[in-house]
Design a protein around this ligand. Sequence first.
Ligand code: FAD
Length: 79
Amino acid sequence: MRYDCVIIGGGIAGLQAAIQLGRYRHHVLVIDAGVGRSTLCRSYHNLLGYPDGVSGEHLRTVGRKQAEGLGVQFVLGKV
Ligand SMILES: Cc1cc2nc3c(=O)[nH]c(=O)nc-3n(C[C@H](O)[C@H](O)[C@H](O)COP(=O)(O)OP(=O)(O)OC[C@H]3O[C@@H](n4cnc5c(N)ncnc54)[C@H](O)[C@@H]3O)c2cc1C
């Protein structure tokens, strides 16, 4: 499989990039080691749409689901 873009890291930044690229129909692979700041943060504050805070795990889960819905593929691993 050839990809247009390989993103290293499936945290907030990597997921947002994957969603953006997937939305424009690029073939995208995310390689993620699985642990980062967004797995540590239990409650993000001052985030649009979440006035009471939201956990990093939740953001990662829904972000990955959104990206997968756009055809983005994920691999667990460290580059
Ligand atoms: C306790 C805590 C509380 C916080 N509270 C807030 C807050 O309230 N509001 C706010 O805006 N921000 C907060 N932050 C900061 C926020 O978590 C980070 O700004 C955000 O997670 C950065 O996103 P990121 O995708 O760059 O990094 P991360 O979320 O750290 O994700 C990076 C991902 O890349 C993966 N990775 C790294 N290197 C490799 C490699 N070589 N190969 C494969 N995968 C790799 C990691 O496993 C990880 O999954 C908090 C952080 C912490 C730790």
